[in-house]
Design a protein around this ligand. Structure first.
Ligand code: SF4
Length: 357
């Protein structure tokens, strides 16, 4: 992370003693401003400079008077992520490698489509969940990202590309709900009209199945989002083998949590299902999935597996994907087959990991 505030003459506390503003919600910015002798509306102005304009230097905040700008520079910091590498896929997908303050790195993927620019955000350096088909899992968990580092990925991508992100999906490196507090804070900033201002329908939080945290998220006040559950199997035996989280929270509990989401939030959830050749892509799996979801209002995304070296799985046959889709369609489900994006730059699902250089 680069400290990007203007240099202040002597007497300024070290950065560690100052408050990092990026990642604070509007209410928190207001409380911060008041606590440092400023009028409450400074909080809103700070939010607009940070999240609308992507400002990283108090000197550029022209509607804040000089006294308050100097005060802010004494007591606060704004950290911006440093891009270390960018790769572009032949299909237009762009993958960014960002360096954090401690020199660890995370990857963020921008997927441009006709009317959308979807950003796949990372929430942790590595991941503790150990899913067998995922490269990030092989890294293990190094640390959680802060809300500022999560939101900072979006601000950095907008700064680098000069274009606004329209959709954010928490599907990059890490299990978002394992980093619950910081992810909730990031969602609040992303969906606040006076901060980044994405529609709640355009912010999707994905989980591998931390059931108690799903219920916490559903109950969280003032947090608007769409929920995606990464299911990937129709029997506990297969899911236990693919996703160790299932040994603690089996399929039945996970489906109940998704039901609770659609009931209490009055919204459709998403079921993500990575199709692994010969493992979970059979006709019997498709019928079991239809039965499992019969009481859940949801859309189903089928994701043909992207080959990852060192993982013992293969992509599904095209015919298997199509017959899986047809079975679900015949049962009345909304089903989409997600086209793999950015495979040539290892930006597709399950292909992200820490890298250097
Ligand atoms: S698929 Fe997601 S939850 Fe599972 S190991 Fe990979 S990053 Fe973690």
């Amino acid at each position: 992370m680069n400290l990007a505030i203007s240099e202040i003459d002597g007497g300024v506390p070290p950065a560690a003693a100052r408050t990092e503003l990026l990642g604070l919600t509007r209410d928190e910015l207001t409380a911060f401003a008041v606590a440092h002798g400023m009028r409450p509306f400074r909080g809103q102005q700070l939010g607009e400079w940070l999240y609308r304009h992507g400002a990283s230097d108090f000197a550029t905040m022209t509607n804040i008077n000089g006294v308050d700008r100097a005060r802010l520079a004494e007591v606060a910091t704004i950290s911006a992520l440093t891009v270390r590498r960018e790769e572009r896929s032949s299909d237009g997908t762009r993958k960014f490698l960002f360096a954090l303050a401690d020199h660890r790195t995370v990857e963020t993927v921008l997927i441009p489509e006709e009317e959308r620019r979807t950003l796949c955000l990372s929430t942790q350096v590595g991941c503790a969940m150990g899913c067998g088909f995922c490269l990030t899992a092989q890294q293990g968990l190094e640390r959680h990202l802060t809300a500022g580092e999560i939101v900072g990925q979006l601000l950095a991508v907008q700064r680098l590309t000069g274009e606004r992100v329209t959709n954010a999906v928490f599907m990059g490196m890490g299990e978002p709900l394992h980093n619950f507090e910081q992810v909730v804070r990031a969602v609040q900033v992303l969906t606040d009209d006076r901060a980044i201002g994405l529609s709640a329908r355009r912010v999707t939080v994905s989980t591998s199945g931390l059931v108690p945290r799903i219920h916490d998220l559903i109950a969280a006040k003032g947090v608007r989002f769409a929920l995606a559950v990464s299911l990937n199997a129709t029997t506990d035996a297969v899911r236990d083998a693919l996703m160790p989280v299932n040994r603690r929270y089996p399929i039945r509990d996970l489906i109940s949590a998704l039901e609770a989401y659609s009931r209490e939030r009055r919204d459709m959830g998403f079921v993500e299902y990575v199709l692994l050749g010969g493992v979970n892509d059979t006709v019997a799996d498709a019928h079991r999935l239809a039965t499992l979801l019969r009481r859940v209002r949801c859309k189903i995304n089928l994701i043909p597996y992207n080959a990852v070296a060192s993982a013992p799985y293969a992509p599904p046959a095209a015919e298997a994907v199509e017959s899986f889709r047809q079975i679900l369609l015949a049962q009345g489900y909304s089903v989409f087959v997600r086209k793999p994006r950015g495979q040539d730059i290892r930006a597709a699902c399950g292909q992200l990991r820490q890298a250097t250089g």
